[in-house]
Design a protein around this ligand. Structure first.
Ligand SMILES: O=C(O)CCC(=O)C(=O)O
Ligand SMILES: [Fe+2]
Length: 417
């Protein structure tokens, strides 16, 4: 066993203070503030000098903004009150790459294994929030395992309210694009980029108008794009977690007979039944990337695992995402029995104070089980039911957020020294 003091030192070392977002203002070239929109009667706005009439015409050309609830696209003004335009109906002249913005976002959001990746921004929508408009708290719909985040760019139209509030774990950040652009010396754009699983909300616009364009941010492996070379930022400083864990590994009193460390993840990740957990190491965000890297640097061969079962205390750990297996429910078998008996799953504890001997599958002799020493709490969002929900009767919807855990196997003290 690890002593409470040892576990506490590891938990303390997990503290991570990099926010899951980056924001600021950019002063683009004059064309960066131009917007062309509409197909039949195209129009033009220069946001350096947009008039109320310009914004009325833009509003009139937009559609009411729907949002995704489960597998449905719904319109509900109590949840999202705004108007929007799809990317196929407008064109912006902003040169994202040339403005240096993508490099800044990459430096902030790519960590761990993802440092060797680049970010591709795909224009998604234009939104207009007139007085009284808002968009209640949501997470952006996962659109691929390579989807990393979202970028919101706000034009410098004068307005009050309409702050973007972002929440992760127990923290909240409020981004007020209006007061930021007003204080810039030349007409500017305000930007905020964040991981797409971060909950965010557009607060009510109390006066004026707020106009944004949004981009979906995808990870791109430069190795798969010939001719594009990657510059890996030199962020390889040894983390506090790595130092603390290294110290503990050197101590013969820390897990003397070896054991399994578990780290619940802080972020959610888009998956399908086909997603390989092994590949997800490349997509880890923020503190999750940081934990994975510390374990890998210490040769602990970290792996991503999912734990199935609805129970609060015990579940079945798998190294892959599994489709709901066929099982003989009538004959008294559960899908957990099938995962253990046929698909190589192992019974584990989901919380620290659940003795593995009490696991239903260990106590009935079905499985030996494995006890996990949890360093950060396991987030139960990765159960089979959650994964299958995205399918329903429309398979093409495809992706759903799940949160696996990072597992590190610690050898016995005699084998470590
Ligand atoms: O317009 C904004 O500030 C954010 C919009 C948003 O969150 C979304 O479109 O998902
Ligand atoms: Fe959003």
């Amino acid at each position: 066993m690890a002593t409470p003091a040892q576990l506490e030192s590891l938990k303390q070392a997990l503290s991570y203070d990099r926010p899951p977002l980056c924001s600021g203002a950019i002063s683009p070239s004059p064309e960066g503030l131009y917007l062309y929109y509409g197909k039949k009667n195209p129009r033009f706005i220069d946001f350096a000098s947009a008039t109320p009439v310009d914004l009325d015409l833009l509003t009139a050309a937009c559609d009411t903004a729907t949002f995704g609830r489960g597998n449905d696209d719904v319109y509900d003004e109590s949840y999202r009150k705004a108007v929007k335009m799809d990317a196929s109906n407008f064109s912006v002249q902003l040169d994202l790459a040339g403005s240096g913005l993508m490099t800044t976002i990459e430096d902030q959001l790519l960590q761990g294994e993802a440092e060797k990746m680049r970010i591709r921004a795909e224009l998604y929508k234009l939104n207009v929030y007139n007085e009284g408009s808002f968009f209640k708290a949501h997470r952006d719909t996962p659109r691929g395992t390579d989807m990393l985040g979202s970028l919101v760019i706000t034009y410098p139209t004068s307005h009050e309210g309409g702050e973007l509030a972002l929440r992760h774990k127990d923290r909240e950040w409020k981004f007020d694009a209006s007061s930021l652009t007003v204080t810039q010396p030349s007409p500017s754009l305000a930007y905020v980029a964040f991981y797409s699983d971060i909950e965010h909300e557009v607060l009510e616009v109390t006066s004026g108008r707020r106009v944004t364009i949004t981009y979906n941010l995808y990870l791109v492996d430069p190795a798969s794009r010939p001719g594009v070379s990657a510059i890996t930022p030199n962020l390889k400083s040894t983390s506090n977690l790595q130092t603390t864990l290294h110290g503990l590994l050197k101590s013969p009193e820390f897990l003397p007979d070896g054991g399994i460390l578990g780290f619940g993840l802080a972020h959610l990740y888009p998956v399908t039944f086909e997603t390989e957990l092994r590949e997800m190491a490349n997509y880890l965000k923020g503190e999750d990337a940081h934990v994975y890297r510390a374990c890998r640097e210490l040769q602990l061969q970290p792996s991503l695992q999912v734990i199935y079962s609805e129970g609060d205390r015990y579940g079945v750990m798998m190294d892959r995402i599994v489709r709901d297996p066929d099982y003989d429910y009538e004959g008294g078998y559960s899908y957990e029995d099938t995962l253990i008996g046929e698909l190589g799953g192992v019974s584990v504890n989901k919380i620290q104070d659940a003795a593995i001997e009490r696991s239903p599958w260990v106590s009935n002799g079905e499985d030996e089980g494995a006890f996990i020493t949890w360093i950060s709490p396991f987030n139960g969002k990765n159960q089979l039911q959650d994964v299958s929900m995205a399918y329903g009767n429309e398979v093409s919807v495809g992706y759903i957020y799940c949160s696996p855990c990072i597992i590190a196997r610690i050898a016995a003290a005699s084998d470590r020294i």
